[in-house]
Design a protein around this ligand. Structure first.
Ligand code: TYD
Length: 195
């Protein structure tokens, strides 16, 4: 566990990316060296893998292939970006990390725990955040927000095309993780719009 590593999690459209930017601005205003990053992504190699993962054309992707690709993108990100920044004593704020894998590939895709756990351990080498904030909003509301954002930004991703039941399983997955690890995982009500 690293005291300066904080992750942000939640269903599509929960607003976590906005909250990361707000926290990063606040910390920088207090002269705390802070970097923000996201998964899948954060390095050139991981960004290439992100494109494969999110392309709506890849609607036939096997769940274990998906899990392996998230793991590959994460390994490169941890080694090339997260660890060096933590070693330089910076605060690392990361948009999604292992809890997304637990919620999406575990709770929603229902990959067996023995396979899932290996693919959580190998890429991270056990590196876990000190604090994880789950931005909780009903899956239906989050999806509506995500669809609006996608229309405005003219983008589409494979997960936004999943059925509502899939996203409900993801939301429940995050809440179960918070119930299991209350010290690390804190739930924040994200159902209201930003004022
Ligand atoms: P992104 O556009 O970053 O979604 P958001 O803006 O909602 O964070 O796309 C990342 C997608 O990848 C998102 O649908 C969640 C999914 N994901 C997984 O399924 N497993 C994972 O381990 C991670 C990191 C993300």
């Amino acid at each position: 566990m690293n005291n300066k590593f904080i992750t942000f999690e939640g269903v599509e459209g929960c607003g976590k990316s906005t909250q990361i930017e707000l926290l990063a601005d606040f910390l920088q205003s207090k002269n705390c060296a802070t970097v923000t990053t996201r998964e899948p992504g954060g390095t050139a190699i991981s960004d290439h893998i992100r494109e494969i993962l999110l392309s709506p054309e890849h609607d036939n992707m096997d769940p274990i292939t998906e899990l392996l690709l998230y793991g590959a993108a994460r390994r490169q990100h941890v080694v090339e970006f997260v660890q060096p920044n933590l070693a330089a004593n910076k605060i690392v704020l990361c948009d999604r990390y292992v809890d997304s894998t637990r919620a999406y590939q575990g709770a929603a895709r229902k990959i067996a725990p023995n396979i899932l756990n290996q693919l959580l351990e190998i890429p991270t080498g056990g590196l876990m955040p000190k604090l994880t904030l789950v931005f909780d909003c009903p899956a239906k509301l989050g999806l509506e927000r995500a669809h609006k954002r996608n229309l405005a930004e003219k983008r589409e991703d494979r997960f936004d095309n999943e059925a509502l039941e899939f996203h409900c399983a993801v939301q429940e997955g995050f809440l179960n993780l918070a119930a299991k690890e209350p010290e690390r995982v804190k739930v924040i009500d994200a159902s209201k719009d930003m004022q």
